[in-house]
Design a protein around this ligand. Structure first.
Ligand code: ADP
Ligand code: MG
Length: 475
């Protein structure tokens, strides 16, 4: 299961959406889309699929959570020949997390033909198992540019049969210094191929990539619509001394289950985390110092609702597909109104309403003026004194994450853990939340009030016929 995405939470509702049935897709693929409850295309899918399915190169821009993965995955899947055991498509992503999300989404979509093999090749994992998977034959490779380049240089990956190259989040890959690696990979691909590039912004490097590696690309740009109807936006005037304390006041007042709090700097993330912890709020942060496993755990806990607040910078939060976000808090107002719009677009997705709360000092007023102008809104100002939370119990997340030692390597599946909890242990399906299986561990969210009992019963019982070690991921 995907640690971050939730197939049951579609992106921005689009009532006027077109049906996938209008596209030249196989009946089996259409049936899979139906099973996944993808009934209508998202705007980026409707705009790009006719182009990519016709075989053209594409450069496209759309916001996070708009369904870009399926937009390129359907095009590449429709060209895969499962009987031909060679890599026919490559997707380059900036980070392992994003590569994992993309791999999971392509796997879901590839269910219509159960013999399409998709592997993920990212840095941070050992080479040998990757080489072994490649030797077994793969149709689609998803990965980070550096690691894919390594495989090409060692000849463990061959691209003669490739027909589709996808660059996902290309601007971010450039930010991370991957230009040369991308260029290297692109040069190893056959000239006769389709190249599809997604990018949120168009810095100079993007134009350069497009000029060198795309062939007469069509361009699709979906400017962000400000769905102000679903995002309730409020600005709180504060002094700099009040700023970090104010975040806790907002949380206890609005009581959102999941909140993404944006900071402008890493230091501010650390300071805010310390203050939230002191206030008894379950908060976690993503930063570059975390090991991959720790990052996974942070994202899993946030996505399965066992952590109330994820504190992050724009860079750390980019591209994360987190469904069900009740609130976004801007700990300070960003100078760039586009970034502001991008940040608050994380809430109020699907049919839910969301809060966008911004803390603004006197010096930042000008920034709000330019945001208001760009969004064509009248900013709604509030004072901290309106937030009365005397005697309110601190915000507590509804779930707790349990870590079961044992994952894909031990052939544990989500159903095994669900079965153990609802079988012998006697819990109900409703008390069990998201289950995420990683290589070494399985993470299961359970209702907070049964957490201790669940640890005890899982430890005493068996998962897939074996005794397992289990612990709760909090004190
Ligand atoms: P992006 O790459 O644009 O940030 P994703 O491709 O990760 O967005 O998609 C966001 C979420 O929307 C995923 O959980 C995905 O399963 C879901 N999704 C994509 N297309 C559709 C669709 N047509 N209908 C319903 N849900 C969809
Ligand atoms: Mg994406």
């Amino acid at each position: 299961m995907n640690p971050i995405t939730s197939p049951s939470s579609p992106p921005a509702a689009n009532t006027t959406g077109q049906s996938f049935a209008e596209l030249p897709l196989s009946p089996a693929l259409l049936a899979t889309l139906n099973q996944l409850e993808y009934h209508t295309m998202t705007p980026i899918q409707a705009a790009s699929l006719p182009i990519t399915l016709a075989g053209h190169d594409l450069i496209a821009q759309a916001k996070t959570g708009s369904g870009k993965t399926a937009a390129f995955a359907l095009a590449l899947l429709s060209k895969i020949n499962p009987r031909y055991f060679a890599v026919q498509a490559i997707v380059l992503c900036p980070t392992r997390e994003l590569a994992d999300q993309v791999t999971q989404e392509i796997r879901r979509l590839a269910r219509f033909a159960d013999n399409i093999k998709i592997i993920s090749l990212c840095g941070g994992s050992t080479m040998r198992p990757q080489i072994a998977s490649l030797e077994h034959g793969a149709h689609i490779v998803v990965g980070t540019p550096g690691r894919i380049m390594d495989h090409l240089q060692r000849d463990s990956l061959k691209l003669e049969a490739l027909n589709t190259l996808v660059l996902d989040e290309a601007d971010r890959m450039l930010d991370m210094g991957f230009y040369d690696d991308i260029a290297y990979v692109a040069k190893q691909c056959p000239l006769e191929r389709q190249t599809v590039m997604f990018s949120a912004t168009y810095p100079e490097g993007i134009t350069r990539l497009a000029r060198h590696f795309l062939h007469n690309p069509h361009e699709v740009k979906l400017l962000e619509k400000h769905e102000t109807t679903k995002i309730r936006q409020r600005f709180y005037e504060i002094s700099n001394e009040q700023r970090l304390e104010a975040v806790g006041l907002l949380l206890n007042h609005y009581r959102p289950v999941s909140t993404l709090a944006f900071c402008n700097t890493k230091q501010q993330c650390r300071d805010l985390l310390a203050i939230l912890h002191a206030q008894g709020i379950h908060a976690l942060t993503l930063n570059g110092d975390l090991e991959q496993r720790e990052r996974d755990q942070v994202l899993i806990q946030f996505a399965n609702r066992s952590c109330s607040v994820l504190v992050a910078t724009d860079v750390a939060a980019r591209g994360l597909d987190i469904a069900q976000l009740e609130a976004v808090i801007n700990v300070d107002v960003t100078p760039d109104p586009e970034i502001h719009i991008h940040r608050i677009g994380r809430t109020g997705r699907a049919d839910d309403e969301g809060w966008a709360l911004s803390l603004c000092s006197h010096a930042e007023m000008r920034r709000v003026t330019s945001i208001a102008k760009m969004m064509d809104i009248e900013p709604e100002w509030h004072a901290l004194t309106e937030l009365r939370n005397v005697n309110v119990t601190a915000l507590v997340p509804p779930m707790v994450t349990l870590q079961v030692l044992g994952g894909r390597k031990e052939k544990i599946r989500a159903g095994d853990v669900l079965g153990a909890l609802t079988g012998e242990a006697g819990f109900t399906r409703e008390q069990v939340g998201k289950i995420t299986v990683t290589d070494q561990s399985t993470y299961v969210a359970v209702a907070r009030n049964i957490a201790r009992d669940a640890v005890r019963k899982l430890t005493a019982g068996k998962v897939k016929g074996k005794t397992v070690k289990v612990r709760a991921l909090e004190d």
